[in-house]
Design a protein around this ligand. Structure first.
Ligand code: FEO
Length: 400
């Protein structure tokens, strides 16, 4: 039988790693896998915090049974109902028929809808508390981080925050599960990718949640994905990552996302990038939208203040992969970006016109003069690309 991992006296990790799934939510690549974290506290009463994806329920129950060591499970605390965490609730209820399920009003609706469970569900309010014995739990409703029922549970005795998806990362836990046991830097970029891909639309609710949490002394942050954060500097670091991302604040740098069929639009991107570098911008990331998963492009758009998009005209519209990327950007309600654009065509231009519509509808500051190229690079096009690169660099440097 598999064993749980002890985090502290009476407090165990019973989560699992997924190294099989190719795409999270069937959308976002998982080259380093992902963990589904679940935790248990053993006190006068026993409590489980979230479950795991049903595909891993066998491993999960082995660990849980081993942690309980013959005891029954009194409470399931549900911080989030997305099935990567709620998937094993039905099986859990069969195993522990008398378990009390703790969640908010919206949780209860989803527990009934997904798992047809409406008995023994206790509905808590923001600020409600539950005493397990030595360990006391306090519940904080944090709606829309990133579903309406999302909440966090704070264990007041040892100052443990069960944060749901918040502060989560892609990437499995390979041996060590606590930040002190591993190189936490390895997870930072995957935290940004997780946030930007999954939570990115909900900056304002995340800000409200951070405001609520700011009053708490945090010694442990136990997310549903990625490491358990325990070191003071790491807790500060990940809270600051979330704060920055949810305010849509970027660092100095430029993402140039382009589509290109035969290389002409790509040449424009190269010239713009060349001038950015000439002007002293060091973080310049070119993404070929057909080759690079949009997951990483979105991550980088969240990281950097500058965004330049280039597209050929395709069937009198934007290049399809650029259209798809713009839709992802719009969907995340991106703000606070400097935006430039360019495009190309062979016999009738449409891409730049459509990019102009996107720019007008965005909350971005439009930078420079858009460049539109017919067929292949002319000296005028070349100079116009340099000018666009220089305008972006100048704007970025004003913020230094
Ligand atoms: Fe990890 Fe929103 O589920």
């Amino acid at each position: 039988m598999l064993k749980p991992i002890k985090i502290k006296e009476d407090f165990y990790y019973v989560g699992v790693n997924d190294r099989t799934k190719a795409l999270f939510e069937n959308l976002w690549p998982l080259p380093k896998g992902v963990s589904y974290n679940s935790y248990v506290i053993l006190d006068e009463k026993t409590a489980l915090f979230d479950t795991v994806d049903i595909c891993y329920s066998d491993i999960f129950f082995q660990k849980l049974d081993s942690a309980l060591n013959g005891r029954s499970l009194d409470y399931l605390i549900i911080n989030h109902m997305e099935p990567d965490h709620s998937g094993s609730i039905g099986l859990l209820k069969n195993r522990f028929p008398n378990i009390q399920i703790i969640g908010n009003k919206r949780t209860a609706d989803m527990v009934k809808g997904f798992y047809n469970i409406d008995k023994d569900v206790t509905i808590i309010e923001d600020g409600s508390e539950l005493l397990l014995g030595k360990h006391n739990l306090k519940f904080y409703l944090t709606p829309m981080v990133h579903w309406p029922e999302t909440m966090m549970t704070y264990e007041t005795t040892n100052k443990i925050l069960f944060s749901g998806d918040a502060f989560g990362t892609f990437g499995t836990l390979d041996g060590g599960i606590i930040d002190a046991q591993l190189h936490p830097e390895r997870y930072y970029d995957e935290m940004v990718r997780y946030y930007s891909n999954i939570v990115g639309k909900f900056g304002s609710p995340v800000q409200k949640a951070l405001e609520k949490l700011s009053q708490l002394d945090l010694k442990y942050i136990c997310s549903t994905h990625g490491p358990v954060w325990t070191l003071d500097d790491q807790i500060k670091k990940i809270v600051s990552i979330y704060n920055k991302l949810s305010k849509y604040e970027g660092d100095e740098g430029v993402v140039i996302a382009y589509g290109s069929m035969y290389g002409h639009t790509e040449q424009m991107a190269e010239v713009i990038a060349y001038e950015l570098a000439q002007q002293g911008i060091k973080e310049i990331i070119l993404h070929n939208v057909s080759k690079r998963s949009h997951s990483y492009i979105i991550r980088d758009i969240f990281k950097y203040k500058g965004l330049i998009v280039g597209s050929p005209t395709y069937n009198n519209k934007l290049y399809p992969e650029i259209e798809a990327l713009l839709s992802k950007i719009e969907n995340r309600d991106m703000k606070n970006r400097y935006f430039g654009y360019f495009g190309s065509f062979t016999w009738a231009g449409a891409a730049v016109k459509r990019l102009a519509e996107f720019a007008d509808g965005s909350k971005f500051e439009i930078i420079g003069t858009p460049v539109e190229m017919k067929q292949a690079m002319t000296e005028d096009n070349y100079q116009a690309c340099l000018a666009l690169g220089k305008s972006m660099a100048d704007r970025l440097k004003q913020d230094r």
